[in-house]
Design a protein. Structure first.
Length: 305
């Protein structure tokens, strides 16, 4: 019986390894010097909590799955039925085709064909590359249809710092704004983090946090914004994202399935647009026919900060 995520592609560069899946083009494992920096999961299980997933052509949520195109209502499938939302796009459960592969890199892609609620044709490719600097992930979207198409991009990796209990890891983010949501996790306001428990600029232990929240107004230096996870022993994992990703979702669960039992895990999700982007237009990009869009994020690891 084949794995639920299809074929498994292993990448290697010196002491860094990654496993990428055919279905969803997701990261199933990432290690530096034998240290897991993402939550691994077995090949014979469905990815827990959309772990490592690619979220295209929209990340996060759309209320009731409804948006309007030239005055006509579009109805997406409700993939988060308990909250009556359409969530995380159209590709996370779909097999991808290998476009290019080497020992340390792979490009996977698929065509999103016109479908219920999304009448557009988009080529979506994602390239994973290991190098001396870590993992670089590059997305390319191209409108292969004949009308302008709305697109947004997100990813859903869960991070860890080796065997260090995640509750003991300090999370630091440059985000200056927090997106307030209702009970369906849909935006109601964007507020400065000053004086709020969502101010992560000075660092907070993950054990003190309960988050399923989006952030904005990230600080970019040299074209990238960096979020850090720092263990008490100085080990550091950095997630960087380029200026095409001005938003960030952080989700913490205490019931992530590990081999030894349920544990705290943290998803850190670069996003080009927040929830409800198809309705608000916030961060939404419209690709003209034959127009392409390339954007990147990546991961670095240091044993001692």
């Amino acid at each position: 019986m084949r794995a639920p995520t299809g074929q498994q592609f292993e990448l290697r560069h010196q002491s860094t390894t990654a496993i990428i899946t055919e279905v969803g083009a997701a990261i199933r494992q990432l290690t530096f010097d034998g240290v897991d920096v993402m939550e691994p999961y077995a090949a014979d299980v469905v990815p827990p909590f959309v772990s490592g997933g690619v979220l295209v052509p929209w990340p996060n949520r759309i209320r009731d799955g409804i948006w309007h195109l030239d005055g006509e209502e579009q109805q997406l499938d409700l993939t988060e039925p308990d909250k009556h939302n359409a969530i995380h796009g159209l590709v996370r459960d779909r097999p991808h085709t290998v476009v290019e592969r080497s020992e340390n890199a792979i490009t996977l892609g698929l065509t999103i064909y016109p479908t219920r609620g999304y009448p557009f044709e988009i080529w979506s490719a994602i390239r994973y590359e290991l190098s001396d600097t870590g993992l670089t992930v590059t997305h390319e979207l191209r409108n292969v249809g004949d009308v302008p198409a709305p697109v947004a991009v997100g990813v859903h990796p869960f991070f860890r710092v080796g065997d260090v209990p995640t509750d003991e890891v300090v999370l630091t983010s440059s985000a200056r704004s927090w997106i307030e949501t209702d009970d369906r996790l849909l935006p109601t306001a964007t507020l400065p983090v000053d004086g709020l428990p969502f101010d992560l600029r000075a660092g907070r232990p993950i054990g003190d946090l309960a988050l399923d929240d989006a952030f904005a107004d990230l600080t970019f230096d040299g074209g990238e914004s960096v979020l850090t996870l720092t263990a008490p022993d100085g080990q550091t994992v950095e997630l960087w994202q380029d200026e095409n990703f001005p938003y960030l979702q952080i989700f913490i669960t205490r019931i992530f399935p590990r081999a030894e039992g349920l544990a705290t895990a943290i998803a850190i999700e670069p996003m080009t647009a927040p929830a409800e982007a198809f309705n608000s237009g916030d961060g939404l990009r419209w690709l003209q026919p034959d127009e392409s869009w390339s954007l990147s994020w990546g991961v670095r690891y240091s044993k001692r900060g």
